[in-house]
Design a protein. Sequence first.
Lengths: 199, 645, 329
Amino acid sequence: MNEIARREILPVGGVDTVSTAWWGMACLIATEAILFVYLIFSYVYLGSQQAGPWPPSGPPSLKLAIPNTVILIASSFLLGWGVLPFKRRHDKRRLVLALAGTIGLGAIFITIQGFEWASKPFVFSTNAYTSAFFILTGVHMAHVAVGVLILIMLLIWTLMGRFDGPHHEHLPLGALYWHFVDVVWLAVFTTAYLVPQFK
Amino acid sequence: MVTQAETIDSPEGRKLLSLWETAPGLYGWLASVDHKSIGIRYLCTAFFFLIIGGIEALVMRVQLAQPDLKVLSPDAYNQLFSMHGTTMMFLYALPMLSGFSNYLWPLMLGSRDMAFPRLNALSYWVFLLAGIFLYVSFPIGQAPNGGWFAYVPNTSLPYDPGINMDVYALGLIFLGVSTVVGSANFIVTLLRCRAPGMSVNRLPIIVWGTFTASAANLLAVPAVSLACAMLWLDRRYGTHFFEVSGGGQPLLWQHLFWIFGHPWVYALVLPAMGIVSDALPVFCRRPLVGYTLVAISTVATMILGFGVWVHHMFATGLPVMSLSFFSAASFVIAVPSAIGVFCWIATIWTGKLQFKTPFLFFAGFVMLFVIGGVSGFMTASVALDWQLTDSYFIVAHLHYVLLGINVFPVVGGIYYWFPKMSGKMLDERLGRWTFWTMFIGFNVAFFPMHVTGLMGMPRRVYTYPAEMGVGWLNLISSIGAFVFAIGVLLFLINIAKGLKSGAPAGNNPWDAPTLEWATTSPPPVYNFATIPQVASRYPLWEDRLKESDERSIIGDLARDGMVLDKGKETIGVTPLDAEPNVVLKMPGDSILPFLLALGMTALFFGLLAHVIWLTALGVVCEIVILALWLTPKPHVAEEEVEVYE
Amino acid sequence: MRRLAALCLLVAPLAGCSGPPLGYLDATSPVAGAIARLGWGLTVISVGVCLIVGLLLIIAIYRRRPDGDLSVTPVNDRTPIRWIGVGVAISTVFLLGSAVWTLVTVHSIGEPPQAGALSIDVIGQEWWWGVKYHSSDPAREFTTANQLVIPVNVPVQINLTSRDVIHSFWVPKLGGKMDMIPSRTNVTWLEADKIGEYRGQCSEFCGLQHANMAFNVKVLSQADFKAWWDHQLQPATGSPDDPRLRTFMVRCAACHTIRGTQAGGILGPDLSHFGSRDSLAADLMPNTPENLRNWINNTQTIKPGAKMPELHMLASETSDVTSYLEGLK
């Protein structure tokens, strides 16, 4: 008859890198990140093969883009303010505020970018530049929209009390996705808006 | 000693069964998240696509058997060769290997399931539905017709106005979801879901191969998905990614496609090489020679594989400097392959040989690998490639590497693992006939294509003039193709015969060393009654290899190893050293993966047919289903885990 | 045994007296010659590797072992690993050498030895070849189609582009391929060592009639070449009132050009001096009256999908056009 050699108390599910969900989110971020690398590559490649200036219609206006960037970066800080201390202090009010605020800022970002797009003197199908510009910023916009949906789900679950107990692993993972989307915006913004200013 | 079979009937075994078994009937079939059942579905579906792709090839070989035949119109031929390539490259090759890995990994790793069982089910359903999506176009004569590589502008709207290439573009994006999701699952499973003690240097090579391929796919598939999205947008929304009017660049398609395509072909062969590295040694009655070398070569090949894509574009007029770099890199990538070949030969050389059917396939594989490899070596030379590319020499090369390094190991692998999956043995004599028919047929079909190519026959041609002088070679190739097909038929007959009346296999008919052979054949749905504690690379040979004094604990009794029966659960470990650090709760049956895949189907059909509400419906369904899927569920924070020895 | 048979299969057709028309291991140009030498070298290495590895495999399988012993016993792999090291080292040497040879070859054939004395545009289109000869004197430039005539021993610069999809320009006996990509011009060069005729074929899948998009390259002596050029500049012979020309104008001139007449269509190949061409329909068949008549009457049966519609001309019209075109020497 076999003896019990040892007993271990192990966490169930785990948090951060102990969980499997964290690694799943890391894989998602890796594959989405490389998608943006390919988008930026395409934008740069198309530009490199043009005879004339790139963008052909001159650099895009920063009037709306810079404030929009600030809004998005601020939203990341707001989200971090609410999510990071949650593990220790379970401040639900702060969390709800942060989630709602970030959702609001994300919605504002999308709206402002929508206005910015509408005010462009060209459309998606005008030429290679416009195609590249809109797909680069558009795919990013889609990710912002997905991020907002994720945050809405997190907010609903918070309000339903799903995170009242000891488990709230979804929160940092959802926040990670949002921060990823913000970092990507910095790359997209630099490529499509800043670099043409200096050409 | 209590056997696994007796464990199954014990109270402990029955408890685990009730926790793990899938519901019966149609619901259970649609909602199953059992990796073994998903693995078998992958294998069967992928093999079905292999047969379809093979029939497409046979019809083409009839058309090409002699000059100037009129069996097929050029349009029919173009659809056939495009679907042949697309089917084999996307619907057979990777899914077949995914099937093996899905079935085997948890068993080989000493675990109870993959990291994300529902995601696993999703990857299968998406594969099936995307395959159907691609093929729905065939009966209406609108199948993709621009080649599996779909070069623009030939596949742009002015030159390809039907829905053929829309089916292709959207279908591949759809299928890409399955690949990426499956890859993430393999990566996380490898890193976290192994038995304690299964450190990285003890992993079977198929695990190394699939892990490497999965990491690569995660990084490569977005390139082709993006390219397909751009193609569809150019075609249907007037954008100018590739359209030259407006500044688009046809070569952008080629760059994006081959940045994906070259790593992809390594993803199609590295896991199969892993099959050989794990199974060949069993028939040599010894461990693989140079395990560490082979593992490192696998990873090195894949990393280098990201740096050679331009060798598919040597004739496009790119700057000579860039072509030279990629040519040099294409030579370098042969080095890790050479390491593998020498390791396999050394294993055979120093082994005691069992001439069973799997061994024949693996030995044949080594020879075909080398022939495919040297023809690849010749094309790596950019100057020579300026003659070889786009000729039948490349057709010879690609079939030697794809059939030689994927199909032959796969068939050998099926002969090897069929007993484990079904509990029955395949017929040895029929197996030998299968091998020789396939091997001879394959070489008779494809070896002459090296010569045909050197004689200047271009590829992707529906016919050729008699004056080209290649009629007799083409006839030989066509005959060989049919002989090969007979071999495949014999294989199918063997499977049918084996399922019906094969001899009982027992746990370990091959006396093999890895963990999957410690379970019954087929294994119980929960794989292991207790989680093994692994002490070496070859747990079932430890007493004989005497590499150290440590012994793995592989639960024969219900109380032998780590007990995890407080729910549907398995153990999670640290990535490198496999120290247990978390109990992972596994989901039960769930219909959500199937529904999510259906939602995706609606989404893509909506895009194909420009039916907005269908796409919108699909999107809404996805959001709702994902919300249900990801809903946080309460669970205990900690659990006490007992380890018996 | 199979490898030996394969080797014979490989060598036999290549050792044939005239070699296949598209074969390139027997080359007639400095470029193709350099590539062919490299090709033979890498082929010899490849065949050698296959034979050696095959031999090792056979020995590994059939070497003597104690009968029936299939037991698993402890292993010491120091020696096998050393041998693997030897094998990999030798392989690396050959790989490195081949890479260097390749790069040397690329360097030697990349540029013509002297700036191309002759510059020709070749424009790919579905499924034929537009050809334009350049000259320092604009009056001496002209257009033709589906045939390239070049002088022997003179490097010729070929400027490649496409009007529609990607095609690829390939004359195996004279050099490697180069793609023809719309909105780009790729430059390659040819130089033929011997007077003769060489076949070329499109080698990038370009749609329905990719299989039937070929051309021929005629290499003449330098004197004959000048004479040919001068002749090409001559306007079409014959009277402008020729009734056959009138039929041509009505039926064909919308798409085809003939220098010296009113026919100026550019959708199809330039038909100036058509009578002196060796083949028709992009080297699909020899240029004979019978073939031409057949081509005009049954275009879509012979080359399904070709951009030239079936005109359903009256027999008299077909006769007119055929005899007129064949008369344009």
